[in-house]
Design a protein around this ligand. Structure first.
Ligand code: TA6
Length: 300
């Protein structure tokens, strides 16, 4: 069973932050993954140190805003299906065939801070530094940090510091899987008028969104230059998404999910609305450049 290092354990000795292994929470064979449980009177969240990956967020008195696949596995080196994988330092496929969505989501981050704040929220901060494995994919030095604040809302504040001496291409996304009772009945607001790139089946067509979005089959769209706020309305309630990033990717594979081992027919119960800076909205990082963006999720 994988556990936190002594250093991590000491930092986690803060009211409202406890450590666990995924096998204790989600079962499964094998060593599992170390996890943090962050809980206070306002809300509760779970995350794996691998990927600094949120797998659950429940505001007090509410339901889990995040979808975790019932077929999710907690295996070292493999991204967990559901929650909020961090796509970093590139989003989607890589021109040289490196792993899709970067390496941040399947490397282990270190807990470097845990604080109970005066407003009743709890913040944990995780850090990813270069290793031989990351250097094979991204030769430059970097410091990646994610501060996770848990209360009645959930805020992720990401900072990626490029320590190289030359400009590098960079894109990033909070690849959030939202829990919905039925994806075919979920209304996504806050994209009206935005241009989207339809990438389903390798297509690459552009058109404007008209009104509310309701998915009616396999969907993979990159919305550009979107407003700060989106909402997902379902019979269960309304989830509010706010971010200072520029793009929103909407994804659900529908029946194609039957070919994805850790999704299958559970695709009906999630929709990804991924805020980030991708495609035309992505900007290269100059030598010594810093990328800082945040995402806040809440029940409206
Ligand atoms: O963000 C949408 C997307 O890029 C889709 O094209 C789909 O591949 C999805 O992410 C999941 O990717 P993953 O590598 O996690 O299986």
């Amino acid at each position: 069973m994988q556990t936190l290092s002594a250093f991590d354990s000491r930092l986690a000795d803060v009211a409202g932050v406890s450590v666990a292994n995924s096998t204790e929470i989600h079962g499964g064979d094998g060593a599992g993954l170390p996890m943090l449980v962050v809980e206070n009177a306002l809300g509760r969240a779970e995350l794996t140190l691998q990927g600094a990956h949120l797998t659950s967020f429940v505001p007090a008195g509410g339901h889990d805003l995040l979808w975790l696949s019932p077929k999710a596995t907690f295996v070292p080196g493999k991204a967990v299906r559901g929650g909020i994988p961090l796509c970093l330092p590139w989003f989607g496929g890589h021109p040289e065939g490196k792993p899709a969505h970067g390496f941040a989501r399947n490397h282990t981050w270190t807990l470097v801070g845990a604080e109970a704040l005066a407003d009743g929220t709890t913040r944990v901060t995780l850090e990813l530094l270069p290793s031989d494995a990351t250097r094979a994919l991204w030769p430059d030095d970097f410091v990646a940090r994610l501060a996770v604040t848990v209360g009645g809302s959930l805020t992720l504040a990401l900072r990626f510091e490029h320590r190289g001496d030359h400009e590098v291409p960079f894109s990033s996304a909070f690849h959030t899987y939202f829990a919905v009772p039925d994806v075919a009945q979920a209304d996504i607001e806050g994209l009206d008028g935005c241009t989207f790139i339809n990438t389903v089946g390798g297509a690459n067509t552009r058109q404007p969104q008209q009104g509310t979005l309701r998915l009616d089959g396999p969907t993979d769209r990159v919305y550009l230059d979107v407003p700060a706020v989106q909402a997902i309305r379902t019979a269960q309630g309304t989830t509010r998404i706010e971010s200072d990033t520029r793009s929103a990717v909407v994804w659900n594979p529908a029946e194609f999910a039957l070919n994805i081992a850790d999704v299958g027919d559970a695709y009906r119960h999630f929709v990804c609305v991924e805020r980030g800076d991708v495609f035309d909205d992505a900007l290269p990082l100059a030598a010594g450049g810093v990328y800082e963006k945040w995402l806040t999720l809440s029940l409206a």
